[in-house]
Design a protein around this ligand. Sequence first.
Ligand code: 5BU
Length: 474
Amino acid sequence: MDAKIDALVMRLHEIEAVKFGEFKLKSGIMSPIYVDLRVIVSYPDVLTAVAECMWETLKANGATFDNMCGVPYTALPIATCMSLAHDCPMLMRRKEVKAYGTKKQIEGAFEAGQTCLCVEDLVTSGASVMETVEPLESVGLKVKDVVVLIDREQGGEARLASHGLRLHSVLPLSRVLKTLEAAGKMSSELVQNVKDFIAANQTMPVAGAEVKKPTRMSYTARSELTDNACAKQLFKLMETKKTNLCVAADVDTAKELLEMAEILGPEICMLKTHCDLYPDFTESFGAQLMAIAEKHNFMIFEDRKFADIGNTVVGQYSSGVHKIADWSHITNAHIVPGSGIIDGLKSVGLSKGRGLLLLAEMSSKGTMAKGEYTEAAIGMAAQHPDFVMGFISTNPKAWKAEWSKGLINMTPGVQLQVGGDAMGQQYNTPHNVIVENGSDVIIVGRGIYKASDPAAAAKEYRAAGWEAYQTSIA
Ligand code: 5BU
């Protein structure tokens, strides 16, 4: 089996299903490793070997099951091969089932109570495996085992174990590295580089790492501590809807923004806009977006970043082309002009029940919003508890000055892996943002709206953000 697995690793490298170098992931993050197993369907010898190694691993580990179901799409041909070669019935999960549709989510013949094996090509966090396990369980099937070809060793096994699932992997990523290094395909420096990347991109706390005592109050408890109407509504909404995900839908047109709002509305607590991006902005935009927000129960945050003197921002907030105060529950401001900017915005927004976030920190490299500047933002928020609802921040847990627990923290620069883009954006994971850095809301842009399936990506971020909140709650 060992020689067979080594040979498979060499073939995967040859057909470029596993590549090393500097890869810009779709998300914008730079990664030293790229694994794309979609290509294996074009190499029948590889597909056969993959299916055989997965089957042998299952049998060696003593897994038993009545039927199997692949996670769409890459694992479907793998499951098909195993099914045919070993006469084991297969089921299929439909990926695109509308909530209001009549189509079944699980296709095939089965009986409730049977045990179904879940088949996946690659596991990172385990979130996409769960998207197949949950519908299988909802039709009465039992899922005990999950088999994958490659485990990126980023926390997927721990997450699946927390759902009572046993992960069987043919190739933990470290095994891939070992084989390729021994064959002279990777330098020891490159191996270390990939290991460092994997260590920095864990999606679950690493076993054996010091477990921090939970310190967080629940969102519901904190809704009692704020004087601001928007913060109260948002805290309650997050708890009842079970989401702390805000999507930054920086699409090109108002039309696309409204479409995104419809699609992603069920997953989010808040939608962040940049209304000055849309060439097709019209007077009716606000009313249309508010109707969608009401329908799906999320709040609207126009990320306007006001930065002028009080007198000027009054007009910028209330009138002009965009009339932001009429449709956006929440907006934000720099504190660089001094607290007069809050007075100006409050004179417009308070009577409308709006909320203001102060930019205490920013996610971008080299930001000047740190140290004394951040402390000044905390001080100004304390002067306006009725209107200032919280902060844009990146590491509120490390702040020296105390801030009221009724103030909410929201963090942009979030993707499932740490990294950055070419223009200074810096990304952190939902787990780090919520658990390690003590924020409340994850703000995700390109990680979701640039994904091939934004709705599925939003589900994944929602699950990661919520899981992080729950693990940190007192
Ligand atoms: P991204 O695609 O996930 O990088 O989008 C991040 C969004 O958050 C984008 O709309 C930015 O304008 C916004 N943002 C940010 O990235 N960093 C900040 O400090 C602030 C806002 Br404030």
